[in-house]
Write a protein that binds this ligand. Sequence first.
Ligand code: URA
Ligand code: SF4
Length: 232
Amino acid sequence: MTGRGTGAAALDTQDDEQYDATPFLPVRGGLPAHRRAAAGCRGCPLHRYASGTVFGRGPAHARLMLVGEQPGDHEDQEGKAFVGPAGRLLSRALREAGVDEEDAYLTNAVKHFKFTEDATRKRRIHKAPSLRETLACRPWLLAELRLVSPAVIVTLGATAGRALLGADFRVGTDRGVPRPLPGPDGEDGDGVQVLPTVHPSAVLRARDRKEMYEGLVADLRTAAGVLEDTAG
Ligand code: URA
Ligand code: SF4
């Protein structure tokens, strides 16, 4: 006996409402099968409000993977990752860092757009996903990782960093330094390197935009260097 009354048990049931994408993942298949299945994901409440799932895009066996936070307004409408203002800034930074965007797989930690509406309901305002939503969506990200099998991952911002490096990750102190991707039990995972950096949207919002942008470019150059090293 747990000694819990029915009231507490009922509350627990509500509290324990599963936030988890796992039941929606296909048991087999490559990226296309996963993309199709992700379109029907109801692993957390975010699917109720967004237009649709925004899955990753890029070469199926890219050696570089970039992980953002979640789709924005533009991405939600077009169903494609990084096509709005943050995506344009990222494209420019990648070019400047000497990385061919066409060679990279671009995705997000969370696959649905989370937002609030302003009073007039004319504008959808980005809202950061919670850790719970990020963890719910993580199976999709892990499946992309397994299927694409990149050598280097760049996490953009705090949410992506937390999704892959743990809840203690802090972008302010941890960015710019490559480290091994931790495996499921905390061990180093398969020699994959993670380079955390800032989110392009944070650059757009920054007071000192130029400095922050240059920091992003420098980190992307570091990632390109690590990628070259891993080429053997
Ligand atoms: N911000 C992100 O993190 N991802 C996108 O796809 C667009 C904006
Ligand atoms: Fe599923 Fe992720 Fe969308 Fe939540 S955000 S419904 S877990 S795809």
